[in-house]
Design a protein around this ligand. Structure first.
Ligand code: GLC
Length: 478
């Protein structure tokens, strides 16, 4: 099948969150199956063109903005660095910025990106069979293809798939942006849209031929008010088109045997070498080097979703257990300020680095004993999969992809510690179970070996997506 994969960020070119890893791993796996998939994203300024071999592709072309016949000239570059042809749309005004997201005109920026994608397809002369968009940034494409695109022989045959990586970012704007997107016609309001507003995530859900989330559990959860972020009525209406497909993990990109960021590479046969990584991690965080003290690590964005407020509330009780805890990540000021106080409040026990540092993250995966991920909700989550592969046992809340990937140790065959209620008591109970197992070296190592043997291959996910593409095609052309 010919597939165009549309996304706001993609590793290794540019990465803010797990979305970028998916946009790397999934297209590669689909290519390995023989599908002609290509990736397209904005040419964000931070993308290093020379490092990734970006080169101009064909002549620049016009992209319309608004309804009045105004256009902007965009350029497209291509890279083959990942083995999947990847296109980059360049417009200085919209993408010549330091960050990928976080600007007041983000909706305009991504609507413009979508219009450029549509113009690019025409420029290429042959439409894909499947257009696969991700998250609210691509929502405009689905509305456009389902309305204006329906009357156009070129675009009409394109079947569409929309992936929800995170329901909490919806991109809600005033409906004046319809005109900015060139949709002059009347657009019916969705049941979840307040009058006069457009919800771009909801538009992807409402108009795609097929929809998926990034884990089976999350696909169920979002039908309920607790996880639906107000979109559950729409999701329930479209539930017959909604499936959950678990993300994979790239076994080459995340390999403790070859990872140069580790002080001591290791595998399941040489687990004792992890001690060197633990020592290096303790040093890197300015903690006393104590091999016997359990080292817990939190790695990720410091945002509400990740359950960091639970960590902060449980801090006194957590450190009273004599453990070391390190935190690595950047995020919301109210959380970073609170974590910044930890090293002084819990000297010799707390280490905090408020930064995005992939090398240090890798060292922690390979050196920490327990990996903390107490998320409020988690569409899939990547950290817990990496942690298992690197022999750090995950301690997670039983939500979304965490529930789908981590089996509790209590079952005898488990690979981590799972708790249900979003409360300090439930969290600490799981911490205590982790400490009890830690005291039993043989049992701990057996759990590490089980965790390291788990296989989250992209091949299985790619097969499921290929099936979803076939279904989308059948639904599109009944
Ligand atoms: C989002 C979700 C995360 C998921 C990732 C990739 O970042 O929050 O759970 O793993 O997307 O799908």
């Amino acid at each position: 099948m010919r597939i165009l994969y549309v996304v706001a960020e993609a590793a290794p070119f540019i990465k803010v969150g797990g979305l970028a890893d998916v946009a790397y791993g999934l297209p590669r796996a689909l290519r390995a199956m023989g599908h002609d998939i290509r990736v397209i994203l904005p040419r964000h300024r931070a993308i290093h063109g020379r490092a990734w071999g970006l080169r101009p592709l064909g002549p620049s072309f016009e992209v319309p903005v608004g309804l009045g016949g105004e256009t902007r000239r965009v350029e497209v570059e291509i890279s083959e660095a990942t083995g999947v042809p990847t296109y980059f749309i360049w417009d200085e005004f919209y993408f010549g910025r330091d960050q990928v997201y976080g600007y007041p005109d983000d909706p305009q920026r991504f609507i413009f990106f979508c219009r450029a994608v549509l113009a690019f397809l025409r420029q290429m002369g042959e439409p894909p069979e499947i257009l696969h968009g991700n998250d609210w940034h691509t929502g405009f494409l689905f509305l456009w293809l389902a309305t204006a695109g329906r009357r156009d022989r070129f675009y009409r045959p394109i079947a569409t798939v929309f992936t929800i990586h995170n329901l909490s970012y919806q991109g809600i704007t005033g409906d004046a942006l319809l005109a900015f997107g060139g949709l002059g016609e009347h657009v019916d309001r969705l049941e979840v849209e307040p009058p006069g507003h457009i919800n771009w995530l909801a538009r992807g859900i409402a108009h795609a031929d097929a929809i998926n989330t990034v884990s089976p559990r999350y696909a169920q959860e979002i039908l309920t008010p607790e996880f639906g972020f107000g979109l559950e009525p729409l999701l329930q209406r479209r539930a017959d088109r909604l499936v959950g497909i678990l993300n994979g993990l790239d076994p080459e990109a995340w390999n403790p045997r070859t990872d140069p960021a580790l002080a001591a590479p290791f595998d399941a046969e040489t687990l004792e070498r992890r001690a060197e990584n633990k020592r290096a991690a303790q040093q890197a965080f300015g903690l006393p080097v104590k091999p016997e003290v359990p080292l817990f690590a939190f790695i990720g964005r410091l945002i509400e979703q990740k359950g960091v407020d639970l960590l902060l509330r449980a801090a006194e009780a957590l450190f009273a257990r004599g453990i070391q805890v390190v935190v690595l990540g950047e995020g919301m000021p109210e959380y970073t300020a609170a974590f910044a106080e930890w090293p002084a409040r819990f000297p010799g026990q707390a280490g905090v680095r408020l930064a995005f540092d992939e090398c240090l993250a890798r060292l922690l995966y390979g050196g920490a004993d327990v990996f903390l991920m107490p998320s409020k909700f988690e569409p899939c989550g990547l950290g817990q999969m990496i942690a298992m592969r690197y022999g750090a046992l995950p301690l997670v809340r039983a939500v979304g992809g965490l529930a789908d990937t981590v089996q509790d140790i209590g079952s005898g065959e488990g690979t981590g510690f799972v708790f249900a209620a979003f409360t300090e008591a439930a969290f600490l109970e799981a911490v205590d179970r982790a400490l009890a197992l830690y005291a039993d070296r043989a049992a701990w190592q057996a759990a590490q070996c089980r965790a390291m043997a788990r296989d989250f291959s992209w091949a299985a996910a790619a097969r499921a997506y290929a099936e979803l593409y076939r279904q989308a095609r059948a639904w599109h052309n009944p």
